[in-house]
Design a protein around this ligand. Structure first.
Ligand code: NAP
Ligand code: ZN
Ligand code: ZN
Length: 348
């Protein structure tokens, strides 16, 4: 069984610390990957601290993985040793239900297997994430990476990228639409880049006015301070779509007020507390509140290929793994520009 080393939380209260474990041997359709980079998603922090009540310890976080294939099973067709491969939030599913057959593995009727803190379908062990030296995964749940992109800056595409690309595509964001992105963090800055790239008039909503210049540089047509009631009022009833990426508790009503009649605000952020809003915010214009979660394997590959064509990657601050606990604290202070990525060579 391949040995692995990584960083794990031993409980909801403990900091991440070095942890050694083993991975199972790869099967015929599986690849082994040496991890080069792993992005730091706010979900990793929610999970390390058991904020959603589903964590299993020891917990090795990490689901924005880019690495190099070290071995490929006899039935693997898409990868060979030496190739770059990328892995996101899920690493398995039943593969035969209707959503799985459609390529919506993330909506698997039997429940997709998460990259960490989930029960492995093959051997019943608990999955350990990408804050580690290596991974073993079926080729169906691995992606190829366009050769022109910087690998550290690709890692965040595997969660922040697909989680924003998918709803923007689903709600057909494009030219002629005014689109709001709530929160300029890891997900938010990718949403901003995609909405801009899809041709929408893109408005970045933020609680941090100091991020204004960055938002404009990253593609925002306008920046709106969500705590400025007067400025918010001036935009009332003018948005065709809003994507909410905020990681902490906030009332939805000030944002719902921005929507035109019959339009949708989609939540991808997952604060510890459930969202609150006044039903009047919806009924007075038949507005919808919706949700979206990552994306299926075909759409994830489509997103990566799109990024290759358009030269889109994340804005990253590369850190050694020894700085992960500090990175978590900075994320809580909304002090991320705009995704931490761990250089896994620092594990050695
Ligand atoms: P992040 O990098 O920490 O960014 C979150 C941003 O939310 C902050 O930078 C801040 O932006 C904004 N924010 C924080 N508190 C706020 C508040 N009270 N009101 C309004 N805005 C606030 O986090 P992330 O990695 O992008 O993740 C964002 C959320 O998405 C997390 O809850 C994460 O678990 C979730 N997530 C969901 C999925 C999915 O499939 N649905 C996938 C990945 C992550 P400003 O400073 O600009 O205000
Ligand atoms: Zn994530
Ligand atoms: Zn399924």
């Amino acid at each position: 069984m391949p040995a692995s080393k990584g960083y794990a939380a031993q409980s909801a209260q403990s900091a991440l610390a070095p942890f050694a474990f083993t991975r199972r041997d790869p099967g015929p359709t599986e690849i082994s990957i040496d991890i080069l980079y792993c992005g730091v998603c706010h979900s990793d922090l929610h999970m390390a601290r058991n904020e959603w009540g589903q964590s299993i310890y020891p917990l090795v976080p990490g689901h924005e993985i880019v690495g190099r294939v070290t071995a490929a099973g006899s039935a693997v067709t898409r990868f060979k040793a030496g190739d770059v491969a990328a892995v996101g939030v899920i690493v398995d599913s039943c593969r035969h239900c209707t959503p799985c057959e459609r390529g919506d593995e993330h909506f698997c009727a039997e429940g997709a297997t998460l990259t960490y803190a989930a029960t492995d379908r093959v051997d019943g062990s608990i999955t350990m994430g990408g804050y580690s030296s290596n991974y073993v995964v079926d080729q169906r749940f691995a992606h190829t990476v366009p050769a022109n992109l910087d690998l550290a800056a690709v890692a965040p595409l595997l969660c922040a990228g697909i989680t924003t690309y998918s709803p923007l595509r689903h709600w057909k964001v494009g030219p002629g639409m005014k689109v709001g992105i709530v929160g300029l963090g890891g997900l938010g800055h990718m949403a901003l880049k995609f909405a801009h790239s899809f041709g929408a008039h893109t408005v970045q909503l933020t609680t941090s006015l100091k991020k204004k210049e960055d938002a404009l540089r990253l593609g925002a047509d306008e920046v709106l301070l969500s705590t400025d009631e007067k400025a918010m009022k001036a935009h009332e009833g003018s948005f065709d779509f809003i994507l909410d990426t905020a990681s902490a508790h906030h009332a939805l009503d000030p944002y719902l007020a921005l929507l035109k009649q019959d339009k949708t605000m989609t939540l991808v952020g997952l604060p510890e507390q459930p969202p609150v809003f006044n039903v009047f915010s919806l009924i007075t214009k038949r507005a919808s509140v919706a949700g979206s979660m990552i994306g299926g394997m075909p759409e994830t590959q489509e997103m990566l290929d799109y990024c290759g064509q358009k030269n889109i990657t994340a804005e990253v601050e590369v850190i050694p793994i020894q700085q992960i606990n500090e990175a978590f604290e900075r994320m809580l202070k909304q002090d991320v520009k705009y995704r931490f990525v761990i250089d896994m060579s620092s594990l050695k």
